[in-house]
Design a binder for this molecule. Structure first.
Ligand SMILES: *[C@@H]1O[C@H](CO)[C@@H](O)[C@H](O)[C@H]1NC(C)=O
Ligand SMILES: *[C@@H]1O[C@H](CO)[C@@H](O)[C@H](O)[C@H]1NC(C)=O
Ligand SMILES: *[C@@H]1O[C@H](CO)[C@@H](O)[C@H](O)[C@H]1NC(C)=O
Length: 273
């Protein structure tokens, strides 16, 4: 997005409740479809896209075996945002008792696993995502100084999300596992409605006009919040992906890891001077 950023400090403190310990699935579940990474690129990409879509029909319901909580609705106890600097957004905010609705309708537009690095490249589409919670906010969005504490909601539609997941393949107990070490998210929204209750200690006229202004200017508002939201989505996704891939062997997703590693090793030898 076009906005230039001048961040002095930008941290999201994120604390999630995926505390349940999972366990390694020793049998391949129905919701995991195997693809062959040594197949031609387009064929593998198609297979992989379908496979991840099948996974996404299942995981939002939650899965006790791998210790994954329900993702739709997703409950997040606390999201804290601390941001200083001279960008379009300078806020200290916290969201508590957060409920996120919408992941159950995730459409996987594309998924690809890089055969050299095993990094994932994923494009997702969410028709709608709604966030409800209690907020506490002090700062500025666009040019508006904001102060408030109360309940809020954000309702976004048509989110297109591009995700790159950094992955290291590791081996354990005779299986391969995707060790997801970082997630990089970029996204756009097709529309945003929001409401923050009890802004300015409940001075109603100010609260209503501010909410009306933010909604009328949803596009620059969404753009200015984009880095904060991207970071928040990254933190949430990393937690979910680690939960999924720490417990489901990579061999169920890719049926030819050994063959691919052999191919890579051969290629490396043949490239040596
Ligand atoms: C991949 O999927 C696209 C769109 O569904 C299709 O047009 C194409 O033929 C498929 N390619 C292969 C190699 O299966
Ligand atoms: C946010 O909090 C930090 C550290 O507590 C503080 O230095 C900064 O001035 C605060 N910014 C705003 C906009 O309140
Ligand atoms: C995953 O990779 C990171 C970074 O290399 C490493 O610190 C961590 O120990 C690995 N996790 C496992 C379970 O091997």
């Amino acid at each position: 997005m076009g906005t230039r950023w001048f961040l002095v400090l930008f941290t999201v403190f994120y604390q999630c409740s995926f505390v349940v310990q999972g366990k390694i699935l020793v049998n391949q579940p129905d919701f995991v479809k195997t693809c062959m990474i040594t197949k031609p690129r387009e064929e593998f990409r198609n297979c992989s896209t379908n496979s991840v879509q099948t996974l996404f029909y299942e995981i939002p319901k939650g899965n006790e075996d791998i210790g994954l909580q329900v993702l739709d609705p997703l409950k997040v106890p606390v999201v804290k945002i601390l941001q200083g600097g001279g960008g379009p957004v300078a806020v200290n905010a916290s969201l508590t008792d957060v409920t996120v609705i919408g992941f159950g309708n995730t459409k996987i537009v594309m998924n690809f696993v890089d055969p050299e690095t095993y990094d994932f490249y994923t494009k997702l589409h969410l028709p709608r995502m709604r966030i409800d919670g209690k907020y506490e906010l002090l700062g500025r969005i666009l040019v508006i100084p904001l102060r408030g504490k109360g309940s809020c909601w954000f309702d976004a539609k048509d989110l297109d999300i591009h995700v790159k997941s950094d992955v290291q393949m590791r081996e354990q107990d005779g299986f391969h596992f995707f060790n997801v070490t970082a997630v990089h998210v970029k996204f756009t929204v097709g529309g945003l409605k929001l409401h923050m209750g009890n802004l300015f200690d409940g001075i109603k006229a100010l609260e209503e006009s501010t909410n009306a202004y933010l909604n009328a200017n949803w596009r620059p508002v969404a753009e200015s919040l984009n880095p904060i939201l991207s970071k928040t989505i990254e933190d949430i996704m990393l937690e979910i992906l680690q939960k999924v891939f720490d417990n489901i062997p990579a061999d169920y997703f890719l049926g030819d890891i050994a063959e691919n590693d052999k191919r890579k090793a051969l290629l490396k030898t043949s490239q040596q001077p």
